[in-house]
Design a protein around this ligand. Structure first.
Ligand SMILES: Cc1cc2nc3c(=O)[nH]c(=O)nc-3n(C[C@H](O)[C@H](O)[C@H](O)COP(=O)(O)OP(=O)(O)OC[C@H]3O[C@@H](n4cnc5c(N)ncnc54)[C@H](O)[C@@H]3O)c2cc1C
Length: 446
């Protein structure tokens, strides 16, 4: 009798879990092991999606069903490149899929960007979402804050900074995050976009949500509400752009209310320098004008904004993995239809990739399903010709045990999950997250 095809998936974010799901639903007889460096699965669904987006976080219910399948095993707290290498995976599996996502900030080349008080959005997001590998405290001392970028992550960061801590107390935020946010003296959060309203990258839903807080006045600065030919074309042909522009125009002409905190949206203001000598004391922007094709040029008019902290939300970046080729320009693993390419651009037999590390850090959770489908289609096409591992299915368990890796199984993760749900129930919340890694691991391991 032939044994199942054994596949290792490295990274249990949505891309990895969807890859496992699609494999289990195929006609192939498969056994899948999911390796995840954190004790908890789900990647940026758990550690990226904002805590006040419970409906999106609810995707974990569907993802958990995949982890519960008999042909899927979860090995949390196991880091590729530290606890096991490519050679180890090749020894135990017929195919390996890398779905390690993206977790750091893309750098922004701006004078003063390294000053204390200037932060990357990814670090702040990790903090407020209770990631175990970042410090427990966050310096929230600024009264006025600048957020650079006009994508959904910029709006998440601006919204979390502007809302009061108590508004977030219905969510899963851990106690240290509530405490930190409660100490924040912030009154004004300024979001700056280099281009015009029709070029904004956020979605209409995220934009409108800004206005839902009883404590935050959203102010659109009318000077930046400009449109060129390309903008008008985008408004006419793209429903999403039309909705965004309509909302911004309405907000730009309405009266400003008296909610205690203000979230300002500025368009056509390009950050040119973070000001300060030993700490951020301001931000200099240059007013831009549209050039007809949706691009912008500087007008030579500069404004200094009195802010004491700057958050750059200009994109996430993936990290290179040991023994796996990496395209440093795109920040992705080079591939063709999910088949990882070596330096000579030939597919490496049995090695695949999916999700943000394959495509780059853009798009929603749902988009990782399409990534996974393409990759699994390639893998299944290759399945017959893959060199088969001669190790037993349990060899990897012995390997990790012998190395003293305190790995977490699905059963263990379920213990942590139930523990967090119970912590939440005691306060009338859906969940309260456990943050320290050793506490997470010890709850998982009973
Ligand atoms: C701040 C933010 C908010 C977002 N909000 C939304 C939203 O509201 N709605 C929406 O649809 N999408 C949202 N997204 C997008 C969504 O999170 C991504 O599309 C999706 O998570 C990408 O999935 P992935 O599996 O490729 O990567 P990830 O989610 O990053 O998962 C990768 C996994 O690999 C693990 N890993 C990394 N390195 C290793 C290693 N060496 N060994 C083992 N494991 C490793 C990581 O710990 C992680 O669990 C948001 C993204 C961000 C950044």
């Amino acid at each position: 009798m032939t044994r199942p095809l054994r596949v290792a998936v490295v990274g249990a974010g949505p891309a990895g879990v969807y890859a496992a799901d699609i494999l289990t639903k195929s006609d192939a007889d498969v056994q899948i092991d999911l390796f995840e460096k954190l004790p908890a699965p789900y990647g940026l669904v758990r550690y990226g999606v904002a805590p006040d987006h419970p409906r999106i976080k609810g995707i974990v219910t569907a993802l958990q069903r995949v982890l519960d399948k008999p042909s899927v095993r979860f090995f949390g707290n196991v880091e590729y490149g530290v606890d096991l290498k490519l050679d180890d995976l090749r020894q135990f599996y017929d195919a390996v899929i890398f779905s390690t996502g993206a977790s750091t900030d893309r750098p922004l080349d701006l004078p003063g960007i390294d000053l204390p008080g200037s932060y990357g959005a990814a670090d702040f997001v990790s903090w407020y979402d209770g990631h175990p590998d970042v410090p427990r405290t966050w310096p929230l001392t600024a009264k006025s804050v600048a957020v650079l970028g006009v994508g959904n992550v910029a709006l998440d960061v601006a919204r979390i900074l502007a809302k009061t801590a108590d508004e977030l107390l219905t969510t899963e935020i851990p106690p240290n995050v509530h405490e930190g946010l409660a100490s924040s003296p912030v009154t004004d959060v300024h979001v700056f976009g280099r281009r015009g309203p029709a070029q904004a990258k956020f979605t209409p839903l995220e934009l409108r949500e800004l206005d839902h807080s009883p404590n935050v006045e959203v102010i659109v600065h009318a000077e930046g509400i400009e449109f060129d030919e390309a903008s008008m074309h985008a408004i006419r042909t793209n429903k999403q752009v039309e909705m965004i522009v309509k909302t911004l125009q309405e907000w730009a002409i309405r009266d400003v209310g008296d909610r205690p905190r203000r979230l300002h949206l500025h368009f056509l203001e390009a950050p040119v320098e973070v000001l300060g000598t030993d700490h951020v004391t301001g931000l200099r922007t240059e007013t831009q004008e549209l050039t007809g094709d949706g691009n912008v040029r500087g007008t030579g008019v500069y404004t200094d904004w009195d802010v004491q902290a700057v958050y750059r939300a200009v994109g996430y970046l993936s990290t290179q993995l040991p023994d796996i080729p990496f395209d440093h320009v795109k920040g992705t693993i080079p591939h063709v239809a999910g088949r990882v390419l070596d330096l000579d651009e030939a597919p490496i037999p049995g090695v695949y990739t999916t999700g943000w590390i394959k495509r780059g850090p853009i798009g929603l959770i749902g988009h990782t399903k399409g990534d996974a489908l393409e990759t699994i289609t390639s893998l299944l096409e290759d399945a017959e010709s893959l060199p088969r591992s001669s190790a037993s299915a349990d060899a990897v368990v012995e390997f990790l045990t012998q190395r003293g890796v305190p790995f977490v199984t699905n059963e263990g993760w379920q213990r942590l999950d139930q523990h967090e749900v119970a912590l939440g129930a005691a306060q009338g919340r859906d969940r309260v997250k456990v943050v320290p890694r050793d506490e997470m691991t010890s709850i998982c391991r009973g």
